[in-house]
Write a new protein. Sequence first.
Length: 667
Amino acid sequence: MRFRDYGEYHDHFRRLILLEREAEIEFHRREIRRLPGWKREKLGRAILNLRGKLVGRGLGGTYLVKYVRQGGLPQTEIKVGDLVIASRGKPKGNEVQGTVVEKTRFSLTVAYDRYPPDYALGRGVRVDLFANDVTFQRMLDALKALRGHPDLLNLLLGRAKPEITETEVEFKNTSLNGSQRTAVKKAIGSKPVFLVHGPPGTGKTTTVVEAIYQYVARGKKVLATADSNVATDNMVERLAAYGINVVRVGNPSRITKAVVEHSLDYLLQYDEDYKRALKIYEEVDRLRQEQKDYLAPTPRWRRGLSDEQILRHAETGTPVRGVHPNAIRKMAAWIKLQKRINHLMETARKYEAIAVERILRNADVVCSTNSSAGSEVLAHFRFDIVFIDEATQSTEPSCLIPMVKGSAWIMAGDHKQLPPTILSEEAARHLQITLFERLLKVYGEGIKEMLRVQYRMNRVIMDFPNRMFYEGKLIAHESVADHTLRDLGVVPEVLKGLPQPLPFVLDPDRPVIFADTLGRSPERQRRGSTSYYNEGEADFVLKVVKALLDLKVRPEDIGVISPYDDQVDLIRGLLNGNGIPEEVEVKTVDGFQGREKEVIVVSFVRSNDRGEMGFLSDVRRLNVAITRPKRKLITVGDSLTLRVHPVYKGFINYSLKAGGYVRLFHP
């Protein structure tokens, strides 16, 4: 889609942002109203029976509350950076909101902008995942700021004239392959935009990190972002290993030593100005405690009197407007303390700002999520170059948040994999077309370089997605081209005692398997659910996983994928009920994007006599699922249903040709 001017662009995306914001808020409110707390906890969107304790102050004077539960926290989707609400019992949806700033197996720490209410402290607290309104506001702010960035606006409107040239560089990472080297050279030599297309396993982030290093070596100030905390932390770790002075802004979701030592919060602890700010905040807390001994000048007691009038009347000791002199004196004492608090807070924030400014100015690279790039600590910073990793999993408004801070832009991603998840059906039609894709359509394939050597998949696993999605341009590196389960100790001899068809399915010399139910295991749907499940496929997955574990394949090397939430729940329950270790990951396709395992088992679920495929029809979902494994891909589905789609038909035929087709049920 092309836009005529700023006004049309602004109005188009503002409308989409508001649609998605309302959809997310309504999703959580509706679910909170509809589901009992235990069910929402099971879904990973609430944690019950917590004990909350105020544990100190955070950046910006926020109040930190640590929530713990006896025995540790359950599995949850709630992560660092999420907006949550705390409540007692059934929440209404209008409770005070806080931001998760730290998460461990045993605790959740939440930052509140104001002193937390009583219901957020003590025992019996419930914490619910809520809409992240901060991110939506930052998108809107970036849209407004765009008016003042003509170069970026021209790029977005299709008026720029990208110059794509290669610059000779002295590589820090000398093991880069040819396509990675070309991508780095073009990233350095091109302006104002360049795209790195990184199919699965091709070392996209490795390439991005080398390009960032080259910019730093040229004295450039770099902002590097990604849509998720995990991808951002990954960049921080790799940049730190390069010896680059990198500062992580925001709150890492994976609290590893490498990330923590480079986070802004960690570095501030050693700054003398920040230490001064913390001491002042301690004094503020003491004064606020002292205020409780006096009378807050609420309208009931103030009766229209200004602060200055209260202070004057306190000196004379005369009653006024029916207020007793003693009450006036107590209000005056409260006001004096408040004036002192206000002065101290202003001083503390100045010290804090000085410390933050110093650390960020000294950094070669600042790393954050897209959203955190719009935080107050980066409000006045500008960068020579902005890198956005995971750009094809980010909406265009999300990308704008970091982009308005730079004068040149490099984006990396794979538009052949899943787009960002959008809740609003109306907004999804536009927001799922990412800026990465839109720039390709506007400026052509010449603005990107595709990485061609992949370091993940056996060549047989790679071959089908390579031909179907990547024009046959991918090459399996020699280190992975022929690796199989044999390398993990699974050899044909140890399979002989297994019941059929497991010896065939687990044969290490058959890297790709399609187990066909031929319509004998129909899909089902729970009442009130829009998802699907398939019991026959789930039973087969259980047998495969148990056999793999019996063959000494490590549980953390096995992943189970299904497109449908209800099937994920069914399989997870089956595995747990049969003593399968939790390290065997069971997730949706979306949850496995960007991940890899030695063995992946995929359950397609859909099996009906109507040939209905649902969202399986988005073949990018298939591409993600079948490109996660390194050594073995095992899929199970109904060919009678799946063959209605030409791409799935092609995959089934490919499995047959590769010697990996097997029928699960026989007449």
